[in-house]
Design a binder for this molecule. Structure first.
Ligand code: SF4
Ligand code: SF4
Length: 364
């Protein structure tokens, strides 16, 4: 398992987390065994926005002996009193739901307390006027919540909450379809979305990714907005390459789903290579480096994707990006403008020109 560090807190979070939206489908026994398998395989990050109440007691039992090693992302606004998921802004309902969730998870603290699924300004105002944020902040003061987070599909709302300097983690829907403006949750322009990821990295806010497969649409050529299916591994690699992303939480139904997803870490680089996107979304993707490193190997030894990522992050105000860049063995100044990467890049980035730009920005 690969682990990534939460900048505001230093927790080591598994790059592959677990979404629980479909976990209840196979029943409580299979849910518990799937959680046990996830723990065995080193997964330690669990998103608790489930479609039903089934996973909660299963988690309570499965994590009873290892609570300190797992992180629960719990949503203030998801409730389960009917047995299935409901979205609410009502503070009373939220309090009841949090008490119920803690009891069933057999815990008295929440690692990541999330303001749940706020996509519109009116909902943000509703959540504030209900006093939910005050409640969350009070729980944080009392030590019940360790970190505050937000889940949203809307860059504008995420930016508003980032302006409040409250959150350590953002749950956001990221996949190639949404980033290139295809699908219901494809909110925000290509640039606005990319700027949000960079802002999070610059401000030390981690991202946990939901909807990495666009609800499964991307996995089937009949439903893929590109008219061509991508694989789970391509989608996972795509989101894990985005700035600020610490973990992706795909939903699994059972152990078979989980085993298939876990093979991502052993998959050959070609199975994860998503550079095909360069030909699927040419207009949107044209000329913008997505850090995929399909252009490797550079004859001069440059890590083209990483150099581009640090440059974009530095432009976005990430103070650490400059020192990360300074630590690179090979820098833009080492580029010989040989044109190899330009000829290989499916996104038609004029990389030789960009390396010159990066060199003049960072200096030698
Ligand atoms: S230059 Fe092209 S191939 Fe190379 S990392 Fe950037 S997007 Fe990928
Ligand atoms: S143009 Fe520069 S970055 Fe690209 S392959 Fe050649 S030396 Fe490497």
């Amino acid at each position: 398992m690969e682990y990534r560090i939460l900048p505001r807190g230093a927790e080591k979070i598994s790059a592959l987390g677990l979404g629980t939206s479909s976990l209840g489908q196979a029943g409580e026994k299979e849910a518990e065994e799937t959680i046990a398998l996830a723990l065995e395989e080193g997964i330690n990050y669990f998103d608790m926005a489930s479609a039903d109440a089934v996973p909660f007691p299963a988690f309570g039992r499965a994590t009873a002996g290892c609570r300190k090693k797992v992180y629960f992302q719990v949503h203030f606004g998801a409730e389960y009193h009917t047995g299935t998921y409901g979205w609410t802004l009502s503070l009373d309902a939220i309090k009841r739901s949090i008490d119920w969730q803690l009891k069933n998870l057999k815990t008295d603290y929440i690692d990541f307390g999330f303001i749940h699924c706020i996509d519109e300004e009116a909902d943000l105002q509703g959540m504030l006027s209900e006093g939910t944020l005050d409640y969350i902040q009070q729980l944080k003061k009392e030590g019940v919540i360790r970190h505050i987070g937000l889940s949203s599909h809307t860059p504008g709302i995420a930016n508003k909450v980032l302006d409040m300097d409250l959150i350590d983690m953002l749950m956001f829907s990221i996949n190639p379809a949404y980033d290139y403006r295809h699908g219901d949750y494809a909110i925000g322009s290509v640039d606005e979305r990319a700027d949000l990821y960079r802002r999070c990295e610059a401000e030390g806010v981690g991202i946990s990714v939901m909807k990495a497969f666009a609800g499964g649409q991307l996995l089937n050529e009949k439903t893929s907005p590109f008219g061509r299916a991508l694989s789970e591994y391509q989608c996972l690699q795509y989101v894990l390459d985005k700035p600020a992303v610490l973990t992706v939480v795909p939903g699994v139904r059972d152990r078979a789903d989980l085993r298939r997803i876990l093979r991502f870490f052993d998959a050959a680089p070609e199975e994860k290579d998503y550079s095909i996107l360069g030909s699927l979304a040419p207009k949107d993707a044209e000329g913008v480096c997505v850090y995929c490193n399909h252009c490797q190997p550079c004859p001069a030894g440059l890590d083209v994707g990483l150099i581009n990522k640090y440059y974009d992050l530095a432009l976005a105000g990430d103070a650490l990006a400059k020192s990360h860049y300074a630590n690179l063995e090979k820098k833009a100044a080492d580029c010989t403008a040989c044109g190899h990467c330009d000829s290989r890049c499916p996104f038609h980035v004029d990389q030789a020109r960009r390396m010159a730009e990066i060199r003049s920005y960072f200096g030698k």
